[in-house]
Design a protein around this ligand. Structure first.
Ligand SMILES: N[C@@H](CCC(=O)N[C@@H](CS)C(=O)NCC(=O)O)C(=O)O
Length: 320
């Protein structure tokens, strides 16, 4: 884990930033030559990882299961990063049969010396990593494969982009990455600062979701799914393991019901593997849980009725 001189957790930059596009033209960053084609691309994910989880959700929602294959790493992450291995729900590396994810990075870039992370979007034709930044992979999955995918579903519609970007920025910093900044802080002051920001945002979101069904506009967008992957892990992991314990998710009636609604959308429950989530965090961070004991609780029922049908998407047309 990387912390700076103030004991603040600092997340690394993702190294591969090419884009799959409908015609193979370059995207906003990286090189071109990655044309959307059925069967050409492969996703490497961990069920534990909230960033990888976003990409799995987009793959499901857009109906890309038959177009983009997936390999799932073992939930326990040794110091050298993710490995493949026998474990319920984990798979081998279906493309190369590698045992460790860093072999895939080395196969693409023999001199790679950055952090080996999931998710990875991999091009089987060119045998190279396209992109390992989840925020960009979800954008590609949202639109590049529309010739074969559910083109009617747009999670990043042009007219809502500015609002989605604004929500994402706050949610990323204080919630998605905020739980890590809280949990991996190595000074009391860094911990408390991240903790306060996290719970200030959760309070704001709780109010926002009282009269709005979703975060932005009148429909579910990318912003909701990016928040969801942190919320679904909150009580089982972040509350205890990362010391994010001012409140639990279940103490926020709106956020908790919203999380259940998203969880109950078709195909989503299958992307949530609570065993991998808990095994990974509690078992892979000896600096904060030296004995690797995995708590048995809490008992949470994501399938309980969410009761949010009464809210229309735009919060009764009252705007934001
Ligand atoms: N910015 C990246 C972050 C991905 C990331 O940090 N993944 C974590 C797992 S949750 C990882 O692979 N960490 C490897 C390590 O800590 O060595 C993204 O959103 O794709």
């Amino acid at each position: 884990m990387k912390t700076n001189s103030k004991g603040e957790f600092v997340r690394w930059e993702s190294g591969f930033r090419h884009w799959v596009t409908p015609d193979g033209s370059p995207g906003p960053s990286g090189d071109g030559g990655f044309k959307a084609e059925p069967g050409r691309y492969h996703l490497y994910v961990s069920y534990a990882c909230p960033w990888a989880h976003r990409t799995l959700i987009l793959r499901t929602l857009k109906g890309l299961e038959g177009l983009i294959s997936v390999s799932v790493v073992h939930p326990l992450m040794p110091p050298e990063s993710w490995v493949f291995g026998e474990y319920p729900g984990a798979t081998p590396d279906h493309v190369h049969g590698f045992e460790k994810l860093h072999q895939l990075y080395a196969h693409t870039a023999p001199d790679f010396d950055g952090v080996v992370t999931v998710p990875v979007l991999y091009d089987k034709a060119r045998e190279t990593i396209v992109n390992n930044e989840s925020a960009e992979i979800v954008r590609m999955l949202n639109s590049a494969f529309d010739a074969w995918a559910r083109a009617d579903l747009d999670l990043y519609p042009a007219q809502l982009r500015a609002d989605i970007d604004a929500v994402n920025a706050v949610v990323y910093d204080t919630v998605n990455n905020g739980v890590y900044r809280t949990g991996f802080a190595t000074t009391q002051s860094a911990y408390e600062a991240a903790f306060d920001q996290l719970f200030a945002t959760l309070e704001e979101l709780e109010v926002r979701l009282a009269r709005r069904r979703y975060l932005v506009g009148d429909r579910i967008t990318e912003a909701d799914w990016r928040l969801f992957t942190t919320l679904v892990r909150f009580d089982p992991v972040y509350h205890g393991h990362f010391k994010c314990n001012l409140k639990r998710l279940v103490d926020y009636p709106n956020l908790w019901a919203y999380t259940r609604e998203l969880y109950q959308m078709p195909g989503i429950a299958e992307t949530v593997n609570m065993d991998h989530i808990k095994r990974h965090y509690y078992g892979s961070h000896p600096s904060i849980n030296p004995n690797g004991i995995v708590p048995k609780g809490p008992a949470l029922d994501f399938t309980a009725p969410h009761g949010r049908d009464a809210l229309d998407g735009a919060g009764g047309g009252r705007g934001r």
